[in-house]
Design a protein around this ligand. Structure first.
Ligand SMILES: Nc1ncnc2c1ncn2[C@@H]1O[C@H](COP(=O)(O)OP(=O)(O)O)[C@@H](O)[C@H]1O
Ligand SMILES: [Mg+2]
Length: 315
């Protein structure tokens, strides 16, 4: 696998008024990784995802000592999507390579599911064709293939608003697929879904990651899903990275140590955790052990007691 860096976040800070929501975050994500982003409500997950997608400008470098200055920036595919407080002019060209999935699906309710998926093509179409709203047979076929891939081809002619939440989210993923996204960044894509629908959506993201090599960054309120699906987790607390390393190191004790009382919310919020099985990563006995007892992370296999490469920062 090539080691192209898909995301390089350097000293990323974001304030709203006096409130510092992201505080000097730095990390890289390599092509082919599937990374979970966890943190309690208000930790800064959505702000970080919007910043990575170039939808929110990060702070400029004011206050940094001139001598050891290094610019705050976010690079996608080694090109700046934003730098020093400004979203790059070339951001649109980068955005077509990034599929953004939101918690609230973002389908156009009155349009057919098929047309909604075709909208993923707009970023790569000439403006004149894009504004006509006309899609060729070939483009529709491509959209149908994407809908089949996420398992909802039979709903192609329904209106967006007629689908269940889980189906809408799968349609949003199909839209990212026809867009040709090489990197999918998903902001709590399963927060509004029941556990079955949530597992389907996570299975699809994991499958796209594994079979198509699409790089995935997915924010999750529930740690269990990060443990199950994402080999690596970045944990945020109050806008800082408090952990970045193998997900299997996130034992309950470790989470309690870094999150204190908030860890209850992260571990037990909502329905049961994923069961082992298709699509996920728990075919591996070590990781499956994490889900052995109902909705609590209770145990990890031996290899997880030694989190090779685990890094704890700002403890
Ligand atoms: N546009 C905004 N204006 C002011 N405050 C904001 C804005 N967006 C987010 N915040 C604040 O930033 C903090 C982090 O929010 P967010 O990134 O949505 O966290 P998360 O997604 O982890 O719940 C919260 O305290 C939130 O109130
Ligand atoms: Mg959020």
């Amino acid at each position: 696998m090539s080691t192209e860096t898909v995301v390089a976040a350097r000293r990323v800070s974001k304030s709203f008024g006096d409130a510092c929501v992201l505080n000097e975050l730095s990390f890289d994500i390599q092509r082919g990784e599937m990374v979970g982003l966890i943190g309690a409500s208000g930790a800064g997950k959505s702000t970080l995802i919007r910043a990575i997608a170039g939808l929110t400008a990060i702070d400029d470098d004011r206050g940094v000592g001139i001598g050891n200055r290094s610019e705050s920036e976010i690079l996608l595919f080694s090109q700046p999507i934003q730098r020093g407080g400004r979203v790059a002019r070339s951001a649109n060209a980068l955005r077509v390579r990034v599929g953004v999935i939101f918690q609230q699906f973002n389908l156009v309710p009155r349009l057919s599911v098929l047309t909604n998926v075709c909208l993923g093509l707009l970023g790569r179409m000439p403006l004149i064709r894009a504004t006509s709203g006309y899609f060729t047979l070939d483009q529709k076929r491509r959209a149908m293939r994407a809908l089949a891939r996420v398992g909802i081809a039979e709903h192609a002619l329904k209106r967006g608003c007629e689908l269940s939440g889980g189906q809408q989210q799968r349609a949003a993923i199909a839209r990212a697929l026809v867009q040709g996204a090489e990197f999918i960044v998903a902001d709590e894509p399963i927060a509004s879904l029941d556990p079955n629908a949530a597992r389907r959506v996570m299975d699809i993201l994991a499958d796209l990651n594994r079979r198509d090599g699409i790089t995935v960054l997915v924010s999750l309120h529930q740690v269990e899903y990060a443990l199950h699906y994402c080999p690596r987790t970045i944990a945020l607390k109050a806008g800082k990275v408090v952990y970045d390393g193998p997900s299997c190191a996130l034992t309950q004790d470790f989470l309690s140590a870094i999150y204190g009382a908030e860890s209850d919310d992260l571990l037990m919020f909502g329905g049961p955790p994923p069961r082992g099985g298709e699509g996920g990563r728990a075919g591996n006995a070590t990781e499956a052990a994490a889900f052995a007892e109902g909705d609590r992370v209770v145990a990890f296999g031996p290899s997880c007691r030694l989190p090779a490469g685990a890094r704890r920062v700002h403890a």
